[in-house]
Structures are given as C-alpha cells and as structure tokens.
Design a protein around this ligand. Sequence first.
Ligand SMILES: CC#CCOc1ccc(CNS(N)(=O)=O)cc1
Ligand SMILES: [Zn+2]
Length: 265
Amino acid sequence: MAPWGYSKENGPATWHKDCPIANTGVRQSPIDLITTGQTCAKYDSNLKPVIVSYPAFSEATFLNNGHSVQFQPSAGNLSELSGGPLTKKYKFEQFHFHWGNNDSEGSEHRVNGKMYPAELHLVHWNSESPNFSSFQEAVGSNDPHALCVLGFFLKVGAENASLKPITDLLSKVKNAGSSVSFPGKFDLKAVLPETLTDYYTYDGSLTTPPLAECVKWIVFKEPIEVSTAQMEAFRAVDDGHGKPITGNYRPPCPLHTRTVAASFK
Ligand SMILES: CC#CCOc1ccc(CNS(N)(=O)=O)cc1
Ligand SMILES: [Zn+2]
C-alpha cells in the first residue's frame, strides 16, 4: 500500500483506494462550519463548557511522522477531558497540527469557507467504555464516540510563548521519521484559551486514514495566536520525500444528514 500523504499522487483524492469510507462515508471530517442559512450550526443552550485536566506532561515524544508533527506523552499520562457534549471521561492520547504553505490556507475545518493558517488537534479516547481499553482498540471499535478530538484554529499574530517549546523543537524533527524526547515539562493547558465555552460540535471521523467514523468533534470558535516565525517553522518540516510538508489538510467533506451544534449564539 503506497503510503498516503498530501501530494497529487497520494493525497486525499486517492485515499479511497485503501480506505473506501473516504467516498462512501456519511460522517467524514473535516467539514465547513456554516454559521448562517439553512444547514447552519444550531445554538444548543444545553451545551456546557468543555473541561480539561491537563497536568503538565513530564515525559513525551515529539515526532515527525511524514504527514504531521505529533506530541505523544508516555502511557502514564493522566490528562483527561469531560464536559461539553460528552457524557463520558476521555483520556488524552496525542496532539498534532495541520498547516498550509501560506496564511490563507492550512486548517482542516473552515468557518463559512474561511480557512485559518493552521489547526491544532488534541486527540482523546473514551476511557469509560466497556468495549475497549486502549486508543488503538477505540479507533477500531465502530463506537460513534470512541474518540473526541478538540480542534483549535491558529491565526497569525503575537508570538505564542506557551507553544514556543513546541515550535522551537520543529527544527529538531525536520526529517520525516525523526523524533526527540521532549525536554522538560510541557504545559498544554497554557496553550488553550482560558474558557472553553464557545465551540461547534458534530459527529465525524478521523481526517486522515483510516478515516474511522468514531469521532465526536469539538472545534473552538476562538483561534490561538502564533507568530509568523512560528508558522514558518511548521513549513520547514520535511515530508520524507525531500519536500517540506506544506498542506497537510483534507478538504471539507459533505455534511449529509448531520447537524452541527453551537454552544454559543
Ligand atoms: C489504530 C490506529 C490508528 C490511527 O491513529 C490515528 C491517530 C490520529 C489520527 C489523526 N486524525 S485527526 N486529524 O482526525 O485528529 C489519525 C489516526
Ligand atoms: Zn488532525
């Protein structure tokens, strides 16, 4: 199986060859989040703030897997997610990013067709399900909410001091397949907006193969600011074919009969 990627030869339009669900799925991600008109996000006053418990990670690997850069704490990490649209507690698995080669593209979700320069994904799995007891089992479980991914848009502005330990490390994982053990502690909570109250939520899938339709998506309205230099650091990461990763985002997928809820008016 030719490894999937984002080039013409192995990009999103070819993924259906190994993952038929890419074309046959009816709850694929990402989507364009429409805020007005017929199929727009509907305000739901029952949606509560998202609650994260992210003690600073003390042991983690930072990896360039050829299609993104991924921060993966050691198995012992106790970071958890609950609240929002969730009825269960979820365990943190990893975070990674999607970005473009200029500031007008890069995010996977869009808002009324607008793309942000990048998108941060915090991947979690339902640790209270009787059907699985690991992330890998959760992905293969067919449970519609086995996973919960928090999406945060990145926009260009002031330097993000909380993300600096990550963006400063990008040059150390320039080559695809390279990884480093993360030096010291990393405080992910400090990266996120203070209040996690305003978000869109819908049922979707992983946005990369295996494209499993097992994700409760929570995409926050408020972008996280990063500097131009920090954005440029992502664009210098290589894809393993001697080229920088400059567009590891899947285009939006059809909504089909799904509805999107918004926790804000
Ligand atoms: C077993 C297994 C597996 C695959 O694990 C992942 C993990 C994260 C992702 C990223 N998906 S996304 N962009 O929707 O968060 C894809 C596959
Ligand atoms: Zn992602």
